[in-house]
Design a protein. Structure first.
Length: 457
C-alpha cells in the first residue's frame, strides 16, 4: 500500500496525518496476518520520511505498539548499504552504481561483486522532490542538477551499470516494457540501454503523463510521481554514463534479510539454490538432476564446444530443472515446464539466461523442432543461446530415455567424444538398455556437435 508518508515532510517538517492514518491501518492488517500465520519474529525498519519528520518518533511509537516489535530507523548510509546488499543477493556478479529511489530520498552506493562501498543519501525521492519543487518540474530539474553535481561517487559509474531500485522506477520500466512491446513481463533484471533510458526518461518528464501510450499499466497512485522519477533517472544516466540500466525488484528489505544469513548461506548461488529446491520438490529423482550435471560436464569437456563459466552455471541450473514437468500430461510437459521456468521466482539470472533454461527443458520434452516454440521466448534468445539450449536438450533426451529419470545410472554410463565419435558407454548390465530409439536420440545429439554416434557395450 502506498501511504505516502514523505509527501509533505520537506515543506512542513511533519508527516501528514492522512498518510499516518493510512500507514497505521496497513500495519494493523499486517499484524493481524502475522498472528494468523503465527509469525514468531518480525524485523521492522523505517526510512527517510520517519527519520526526517519532527513527528516521526510519534508515528514510530504507535507503529511499534501495533506491530509489537522494535522498529529501527535507518540512517541514509545504512539504507544505501542494505539496498546494495539486496542487489548482491539477487544480481549475478553486479558491478556498478545502485540507486534506490523511494518517496523521501535517493540512496546511491557503489557495488562490485560482493563488495559494497560507502553510500550517500539525497532528498530526491519522488514525494520529497515534488514537495521541495512545489510541484514544478522546472524547479525540480534545478534541484536534481544541484544535488547530483556534488556526488563524487557518480564519477566511477562510466561504462558500468546503473541498478535501479524502487517502486516508481519499476513503474517507469513497466511503461517502457509495454510501449516497446518487450516480449517478457518479468521485472527483475529488465535491462535498458543507456541511450534508450535517457531518451525515454526525457520523454516521460516532458509530457503530460496521462497522455502517454500504455499509461494504464502503471498504478494510478504512482502516475503523479512518474515524471519526477524520470527526471532523476535522466540526470543520473547523463551524469554516470552507464552502459545500461538494470531494474531490480530486490532492495533494502531483501538486503536486510541477506545480512541476517551466515557466511555459508551468503556464498551460495541463488539461482542454483532455487533450481535445487525445485528439483527436490517436483522431480521424480532429485539425485538424477545432480547426476545430469556431472554427466553433461564430461560430455561438454570432451566435445570441443567452448563454454564460459556463466554458461556452465546456467547449464547446471537447467539440469536441476530438467524433470520438473514430468507430472504434466505428456503432450504438454514441454510447454508447462517452459512456462514454470521462464516465469519462476528466480533471481541471479537475466532474461536471456531464463530463455536458455526454459528452452533447454522444452527441447528435452518436446523434441528439437522450433515449430511450436513460443515466439516471445524465442525473441529473447541469441543464436548462441538457442544452439546451446538445443544441444543440452538433445543430451537430456538421451539421458532420460536411458535412465527413465532414475538416479545412479548416468555415472555408470558416461557420454564422451572419443576418437572423433560421440560414444555412449553401456557396460555390463547396462548394455541391455541399447535400443533403436536410444540410438536415434544419440545420433540427433551427435549431428548437433558434428560427430558420429556409437555405443560402447
Amino acid at each position: 500500500m502506498l501511504a505516502g508518508l514523505g509527501r509533505q515532510v520537506q515543506s512542513s517538517g511533519l508527516l501528514a496525518q492522512e498518510a499516518i492514518d493510512t500507514a497505521l491501518a496497513a500495519l494493523r492488517r499486517f499484524r493481524a496476518l502475522c498472528d494468523i500465520l503465527q509469525v514468531r519474529r518480525i524485523w521492522a525498519i523505517a526510512t527517510a520520511a520517519c527519520r526526517d519528520a519532527r513527528n516521526g518518533y510519534l508515528f514510530i511509537a504507535e507503529a511499534e505498539r501495533i506491530c509489537r516489535t522494535k522498529i529501527s530507523i535507518l540512517s541514509g548510509r545504512r539504507e544505501a548499504q542494505l539496498t546494495a546488499q539486496g542487489i548482491v543477493s539477487g544480481i549475478y556478479k553486479p558491478d556498478g552504481i545502485v540507486g534506490d529511489l523511494g518517496g523521501g530520498s535517493l540512496e546511491l552506493i557503489d557495488v562490485r561483486g560482493t563488495r559494497v562501498g560507502s553510500g550517500v543519501t539525497l532528498p530526491l525521492g519522488g514525494l520529497a522532490l515534488q514537495d521541495l519543487a512545489g510541484r514544478s518540474l522546472k524547479k525540480a530539474e534545478k534541484i536534481v542538477e544541484g544535488a547530483l553535481d556534488d556526488v563524487p561517487l557518480l564519477k566511477y559509474g562510466d561504462g558500468r551499470t546503473l541498478y535501479a531500485v524502487g517502486g516508481t522506477w519499476r513503474a517507469l520500466a513497466r511503461l517502457h516494457m509495454w510501449q516497446t512491446g518487450y516480449p517478457f513481463h518479468v521485472m527483475h533484471n529488465y535491462r535498458i540501454g543507456s541511450r534508450d533510458a535517457l531518451e525515454f526518461s526525457r520523454l516521460v518528464h516532458h509530457v503530460d503523463t496521462e497522455t502517454l501510450s500504455k499509461i494504464e499499466v502503471v498504478n494510478a497512485a504512482r502516475r503523479p510521481l512518474l515524471a519526477y522519477a524520470a527526471l532523476v533517472m535522466e540526470h543520473l544516466v547523463r551524469t554516470i554514463r552507464p552502459k545500461e540500466v538494470v531494474f531490480s525488484v530486490l532492495g533494502v528489505r531483501e538486503g536486510l534479510l541477506y545480512t541476517l544469513l551466515n557466511a555459508r548461506e551468503c556464498a551460495r548461488d541463488p539461482l542454483i539454490s532455487a533450481a535445487a529446491d525445485l528439483n527436490v520438490l517436483r522431480s521424480r529423482s532429485p539425485r538424477h538432476g545432480e547426476d545430469l550435471i556431472g554427466w553433461t560436464d564430461r560430455f561438454l569437456a570432451s566435445s570441443g564446444l567452448d563454454e564460459t563459466s556463466d554458461e556452465c552455471r546456467l547449464r547446471h541450473a537447467a539440469c536441476l530443472l530438467a524433470d520438473i514437468g514430468w507430472r504434466a500430461h505428456p503432450d504438454y510437459r514441454g510447454e508447462q515446464a517452459m512456462n514454470i521456468i521462464a516465469h519462476g521466482a528466480f533471481v541471479g539470472i537475466d532474461h536471456p539466461g531464463r530463455a536458455y533454461l526454459a528452452l533447454s527443458v522444452y527441447f528435452r520434452h518436446a523434441g528439437l523442432s522450433e515449430d511450436e516454440l513460443s515466439p516471445r521466448l524465442r525473441e529473447l534468445a541469441t543464436t548462441r543461446i538457442l544452439d546451446r539450449a538445443r544441444v543440452l536438450g538433445a543430451a537430456m533426451r538421451v539421458a532420460y530415455i536411458l535412465t527413465t529419470g532414475e538416479g545412479g545410472v548416468l555415472p555408470k554410463t558416461p557420454l564422451q567424444v572419443k576418437r572423433g565419435k560421440l560414444v555412449l558407454k553401456l557396460p555390463g548390465f547396462f548394455g541391455k538398455l541399447a535400443s533403436e530409439r536410444l540410438a536415434r536420440r544419440l545420433s540427433q545429439l551427435a549431428r548437433l556437435v558434428g560427430r558420429e554416434a556409437a555405443f560402447e557395450i
